[in-house]
Design a protein around this ligand. Structure first.
Ligand code: CP
Length: 292
């Protein structure tokens, strides 16, 4: 059985087929592709976009959706995550979508369940559907031509599962990745070029992906304030000038820390297009995995 734990679970051809379906779903209000199927979402970490997008995607395909309210579940009586998932599995869902702060947790479940597991984000490890929708948005913007495009991923690269998934997915489609981050947020890899200021790469890139500063995943305080961080890393009109660049962010955006209010309204900023595309891409992922 095929699951989606990391982007490499899909071949390039499978991803392109998913994108063909996603393009079709972008213009489709509803379908009955998954009529009679049951999708369960288990979000042990907060979410606005990913959870809503998966639930809307499943409903638009005609599936039923059950979302465990983790706060009122029997987790509070001491039931383990594993037992929680085994009990949900015993109810016969057609897919389980799970987000948890522990790296590797979704992948550890696949041998014990009878349906596809979809990783909706595991700690700082991976967020495969976010990277898939990011690449879809890049492809849409560049009319499918990604070979040789260059992206700077800016901000808290160190703890970002979005960066973690994109640094693996984007190079498979010919996109050159570099990182821009202060010393304390640099990626723990020598595989990609890293810069401490976006001014050093802004004239040599096509795409900027800003990231949220994930203070909840750091155990030390590096900055006196986020305002201090923003002085160098917030993407503003001044950062972009009149350059022809695509601006992405996975959300939630810390306004005037990650991206300025003014830049969020700039037509080069496609943050809400990413969100719209996220529903269509997740519809295509659900169709592929549930009907396998
Ligand atoms: N991009 C993203 O994962 O957003 P949420 O945390 O709101 O799901």
């Amino acid at each position: 059985m095929q699951h989606l734990i990391k982007t490499s679970d899909f071949t390039k051809d499978e991803i392109l087929n998913i994108y063909d379906d996603a393009k079709m779903f972008l213009d489709m209000e509803s379908s009955e592709v998954l009529k009679g199927k049951l999708i369960v979402t288990l979000f042990f970490e907060n979410s606005t976009r990913t959870r809503s997008a998966f639930e809307i995607a499943a409903k638009r395909l005609g599936a039923e959706v059950v979302s465990l309210d983790v706060g009122t579940s029997s987790r509070s009586k001491g039931e383990t995550i594993f037992d929680t998932v085994m009990n949900i599995n015993a109810m016969g869902p057609d897919a389980i979508i799970i987000r948890h702060s522990d790296c590797g947790l979704p992948g550890s479940l696949v041998d014990y369940v009878d349906c596809p597991v979809i990783n909706a984000g595991d700690g700082k490890n991976a967020h495969p559907t976010q990277a898939l929708l990011d690449l879809f948005t890049i492809m849409e913007h560049f009319d499918g031509e990604t070979q040789g495009k260059r992206i700077a991923i800016v901000g808290d690269v160190k703890t970002s599962r979005v960066a973690g998934s994109n640094m693996k997915l984007l190079p498979r489609f010919g996109i050159d990745v570099c990182f821009v981050a202060p010393e304390c947020f640099k990626a723990e890899t020598d595989e990609f070029k890293q810069y401490d200021n976006i001014s050093k790469v802004i004239d040599n890139i096509d795409i900027v992906m800003s990231l949220r500063t994930q203070l909840e995943r750091h155990h030390e305080v590096y900055f006196q304030s986020l305002n201090e961080y923003a002085k160098d890393y917030c993407i503003t009109k001044e950062t972009f000038g009149n350059r022809d660049l695509l601006l992405l962010h996975p959300g939630p955006v810390n306004r005037n820390v990650d991206i300025s209010d003014e830049m969020l309204l700039d037509p080069r900023c496609k943050v809400l297009r990413q969100v719209k595309n996220g529903v269509a891409v997740r519809m295509a992922v659900l169709k592929k995995l549930v009907l396998q």
